[in-house]
Design a protein around this ligand. Structure first.
Ligand code: BES
Ligand code: MN
Ligand code: ZN
Length: 495
């Protein structure tokens, strides 16, 4: 649990006080904190260099059991992300010591030239996210998360930012929900079960939902979703989560609706175009877009967001079998257009086009954004920590990139060159799901999607790189990262 607090820090009883220290400046407003730092600097073992730390036990003149001093390095390098990392790392360190209640001292916003809410949010976020452990599948749960993290700051911020800790907690819980779904093994989240798990979480909130099962998918002519699901015993689904705060209110104004679409491939074997075995286990993460979209809707409901947002989530398992779709097959999609399956491993774009065409028809959104672990090519282009943003609407792409800068979920706007559409030509059908060249694969995938969005204001975020991490980060464990949740919540508050 997160709290803000102020008062006399030396009289505070706590298992640990964490103090960030900068090597070339005093960043604290509270004179007692500055005094404590002066004391430790005198020992000459610790200078505040980045990632250095030292623990002082039973510090004289205080009621604290220990103080953890953490170096932040040079003042000019400290931004919100540095504070998130500092808080996350400190929490992880203190979990190892089996503590339960700690206090983190926030620097003075003016000293860092930051807005107080940005500074406090970053520390609260880093602490809460760093406190998450994914040990569901371990028999011996060796570590326990901290119970209470209090952030020490000036009394004026404790008053003016009274609602901040609860809000950050809600958003971080959404991020963690997405992380857990992504890290969950594919044998525990086959399509029907994954959909039920999302519905179970949504039911507790002010969300309505509907599920199209295989029969309904057939009745609706969703040939693309059905084709991808054809090889698996676990049949495909389309889940719709609807957050509509204005549903009971009469208003003459046109109501704004935003649609979020998330790729939900619970395991991507590649299908008949079977993937090589290296890292195949990681393809349990191919439903990260779905996990983020569901978590965002749940979070928006908890935050009582002001306008309607609908999540449209196609969920399938891409498997090879005697019933699987073959390369060369031609399918009819929900839009009416036919697609030649050049490659069964380019399955994400197939399930997305049925979901997007359906969303446009049913909800006529002002804006539609899809999130998908769509291409390995995007990871080749931007690496593992940056998502690709594709949109024919430059303004929308810019807004997404800006939101990502604020939340440190980095995004980069990619081009959508019209002439590359030639690469998707099919001899026999309206379009091929596979480009005729291997180059620019993230772009051709986005162009394929763009053929199915009509004139809706739309953006596609390829999260193949940042959705999953083999290694733990400073405020994230190994596995799902929950990428996109904080990003979209930030964006939705601006548009
Ligand atoms: N799910 C994969 C993309 C992916 C790759 C996600 C690595 C995360 C990490 C997607 O369905 C896929 O297989 N894409 C193919 C497309 C190709 C066959 C046109 C790819 O990227 O190789
Ligand atoms: Mn694939
Ligand atoms: Zn895939």
């Amino acid at each position: 649990m997160l709290k803000l607090f102020s008062g006399e820090i030396l009289k505070k009883k706590a298992e640990c006080l964490v103090i960030p220290v900068c090597e070339d400046a005093d960043i604290h407003d509270d004179p007692s904190i500055t005094g404590l730092i002066e004391k430790v600097l005198k020992l000459k073992e610790f200078k505040g260099k980045k990632d250095d730390s030292v623990v002082l036990y039973d510090p004289a003149g205080t009621k604290l059991e220990r103080i953890l001093f953490v170096g932040l390095g040079k003042l000019e390098k400290i931004d919100a992300e540095a504070l998130r990392k500092f808080a996350g790392k400190s929490v992880k360190e203190l979990i190892k010591k089996a503590l339960s209640e700690i206090v983190i001292c926030a620097p003075g916003p003016e000293k860092l030239n930051m807005k107080d809410d940005v500074l406090l949010s970053a520390i609260l976020e880093g602490a809460f996210l760093g406190n998450h452990l994914f040990d569901k599948y371990k028999k011996d749960k060796k570590k326990k998360p901290l119970k209470i993290v209090s952030v020490f700051t000036d009394s004026k911020f404790v008053k003016s930012r009274r609602l901040l800790p609860a809000r950050i907690e809600t958003i971080c819980k959404g991020t963690i929900l997405a992380r857990e779904w992504v890290s969950m093994p594919s044998n525990e989240k086959r399509p029907d079960r994954f959909v039920r798990s999302m519905v179970k979480a949504a039911e507790k909130e002010d969300l309505s939902f509907s599920i199209l099962d295989e029969k309904a998918l057939k009745q609706n002519g969703m040939g693309a979703i059905l084709a991808v699901g054809a090889g698996s015993r676990s049949r495909p689904r389309l889940l719709i989560l609807d957050y509509n705060p204005l549903k009971n209110k009469k208003s003459s104004k046109k109501k704004k609706t935003l649609v979020l679409v998330g790729k939900g491939v619970t395991f991507d074997s590649g299908g008949i175009n079977l993937k090589p075995s290296a890292s195949l286990d990681e393809m349990k993460m191919d439903m990260s877009g779905a996990a983020s979209v569901a978590s965002i809707l749940i979070t928006l409901a908890r935050l009582k967001h002001k306008f309607r947002v609908v999540g449209v989530i196609p969920v399938v398992e891409n498997m090879p079998s005697g019933d699987a779709t073959r390369p060369g097959d031609i399918i009819k999609t929900y839009s009416g257009k036919t697609v030649e399956i050049g490659n069964t491993d380019a399955e994400g774009r197939l399930i997305l086009i049925d979901a997007m065409a359906y969303a446009i028809k049913m909800f006529k959104p002002e804006v539609m954004i899809d999130m998908a672990t769509l291409t390995g090519a995007c990871v080749v282009a931007l690496g593992e920590s940056i998502a690709g943003v594709f949109s024919t609407d430059e303004e929308l792409a810019k807004e997404i990139v800006a939101a990502g800068e604020a939340t440190a979920e980095r995004c980069w706007a990619m081009p959508m060159p019209e002439d590359y559409k030639n690469l998707l030509k099919s001899e026999f059908a309206d379009i091929n799901n596979m480009s005729s060249t291997r180059w620019g694969g993230a772009i051709t995938a986005a162009l394929f999607l763009s053929e199915f969005v009509e004139n809706t204001r739309w953006a596609h975020i390829d999260i193949a790189g940042p959705a999953y991490s083999k290694k733990a980060g400073d405020y994230c464990g190994a596995g799902g990262t929950g990428f996109g949740v904080r990003l979209l919540i930030n964006l939705l508050n601006k548009i």
